[in-house]
Structure formats: C-alpha cells, structure tokens
Design a binder for this molecule. Structure first.
Ligand code: CP
Ligand code: NVA
Length: 310
C-alpha cells in the first residue's frame, strides 16, 4: 500500500507512472457514460471512504466517479457525524475502524498534522484531498492537463503562477516544478511570497523557481498562467485588506498578453475576483477540461495507492 499525501515525498517515477496510466485510461473511456466501468474493474469490491472537513465540489465528485469507474464504491463521511471530535473517540480508534471497513481513505482537512496522525494509525492508504499546506491531487492532475493540451513534457514549458505565493495549490505546484523539472515563475506581492522553508527545499533540490513582485516579468513568455482565489478556505485574514493588496495581480487580458500567444489559463476553482470574466470565459481558459481531468488522474492515484497500477 502507498500513501498520497505530498508530491515532494513521492518518487518522480511513480508520479510519471500515474500520469501515463491516466492517459491510457482516459483514451479508452471515449463515448462511455460517467458510471460505465473501466475494463476488468480493477478495484472491484473496494471501498473508498472520503471525509471532508472543508467544502468541496470537484474533489468530492471526482473521487466518487473515480472509484466507481474502477468498479468500487465510495462512502462520504461528514466529520460532525463521527464521534471523532466532540464525541471523544480517539483518532487511533477511528483509523482502526476505517481500516477494517474500507480500502482507502481520502481526507480533506483543516490540519496537516491530522494527515500524519491518520497515516500513523491507518492500515489502508490515505490520500490528501487538500490541506492548508498542499493540494497534491489537484496539481498532479494539472500537470496531466498541461501535457495533454500542449502535447509536450512539462519540463519543456514555462509555467507562471499569479496570486498568493503562499497557499496550498502553489505549494504543490512548487513541489511539482522540482519533481518534473519545469520552470516556475511566481508573481505575487512581496508580503505573499513563498515561505523560506519551501524556497530552501527548492534550492537544495536544484529547482528552477523565480519570484517576482510584478506580473509583467512573471508572465513574460509563459506557456501557462495559473491563478487561485486570493482568500483560501483556511485563510484567517482581513479579507478586504488582502483583496486590496492583490489588486494588481488579477489575471486579465493585459497579463495574458505578456505570455505566449498560444498560452493557456488554468484555475483549480472555485474562482473569486482574481481573474476577469473575459479571460475566464475565453478560448485560452481550459478550466473545465482541467476540472474533469481530476477524475482520470485520481483513478490512477487510487490504483497506485492500492498497488494496482499497470
Ligand atoms: N479544485 C478543488 O479542489 O475544488 P473543490 O474545492 O470544489 O473540491
Ligand atoms: N487555495 C484554495 C483551493 C481550493 C480548491 C483553498 O484552499 O481554498
């Protein structure tokens, strides 16, 4: 069994295997319905238990369909329906029960330490479905989407992130840039640059990341422009103030024009006011394809975790 908690802890060769399996599986699903099964139902009889401590639309739907298409089933738990917090049942006992009843556990949490605690006590794989510090399933799927659209390995592309340089999605993108050796430019206000620990990790691992406090230099000649909400779910900040601090970092046609003519726009969703409607709804925007690909990549992540990757 294998856990899927942080991209930086997973060998690149395994991440590559996941992407290539997803590519093959997606190809074979042309003309199939959402609940049609993949050939041979490789996860027949398996139960994915998923729990959300924070809101979710895409991650919830895509994991549900992922396990179903592989022949298994999913059960979604709400944390307030368990005995775990107020009810006084320990995390260790909860983990024991999850491991006895289910085959994999997907957790979206408001506390990174909880992922580690569950990992310690579970006998089944745990998948990080977003935490305050990372969003690895999203970013691996985004690598898949970029290579699918650009028809090139991501190492040959220039990726640009405009927005909060210190949130879960960009943290995973930074980890991915080291794992997959691509150039990553981050354009963000000075106060919101990636934290020192992450930048030191990048340095130690020979990453190629540049941080700019303006959008022009960050977006120049980029193949992909990414952004995300300025206010993340775990952000306990003065929202009005933070939104003001990002007013020059909203993705609009001016920023897209700094990038290559055939550049694409990506956003993990949900969106706020960090991207203009014009760009969000333009041909350059691939956000719907990006969202749908979550299903394909997460199927291969589930197979990886359950040691069934071909
Ligand atoms: N992108 C993403 O994780 O979406 P949800 O929060 O809707 O799951
Ligand atoms: N950074 C965002 C991502 C949502 C999918 C958040 O954590 O709210």
């Amino acid at each position: 069994m294998k856990h899927f908690v942080n991209l930086k802890d997973i060998p690149t060769s395994d991440l590559r295997k996941i992407i290539s399996d997803a590519k093959k599986r997606k190809k074979k699903r042309k003309n199939l319905n959402a609940l049609d099964l993949d050939k041979n139902s490789p996860l027949k009889g398996k139960l994915l238990i998923q729990m959300f401590e924070k809101s979710s639309l895409r991650t919830r739907l895509s994991f549900y369909l992922a396990i179903k298409q592989l022949g298994g089933g999913a059960l979604t738990l709400r944390p307030n329906e368990l005995h775990l917090k107020e009810g006084g049942e320990s995390l260790a006992d909860t983990a024991k029960i999850l491991s006895t009843f289910g085959n994999a556990f997907m957790l979206r949490t408001d506390d990174d330490a909880k992922l580690e605690e569950f990992k310690k006590h579970l006998n089944i794989p745990i998948i990080n479905g977003l935490s305050p510090s990372s969003h690895p399933t999203q970013v691996l799927s985004d690598i898949f989407t970029i290579e699918e659209i650009k028809k090139k390995p991501i190492s040959k592309l220039k990726i640009c992130w405009i927005g909060d340089g210190n949130n879960n999605v960009v943290n995973s993108l930074i980890a991915a840039s080291v794992k997959f050796s691509f150039i990553l430019n981050i354009g963000c206000p000075k106060k919101y640059e990636p934290n020192k620990t992450i930048l030191n990790w990048v340095k130690t691992n020979n990453g190629n990341i540049k941080v700019f406090n303006d959008t022009k230099n960050a977006a120049k000649n980029a193949d992909v422009i990414f952004t995300d909400k300025v206010i993340s779910m775990n952000d306990k900040v003065n929202k009005v103030k933070k939104l003001k601090e990002f007013k020059n970092f909203n993705v609009n046609s001016k920023i897209m024009n700094y990038a290559k003519r055939d550049s694409i726009f990506l956003h993990c969703l949900p969106r706020g006011s960090e991207v203009s409607n014009e760009i969000f709804l333009s041909k350059q925007s691939k956000v719907w394809q990006q969202a749908l690909n979550r299903i394909h990549v997460q199927k291969s992540i589930l197979l990886y975790c359950l040691e069934k990757l071909r």
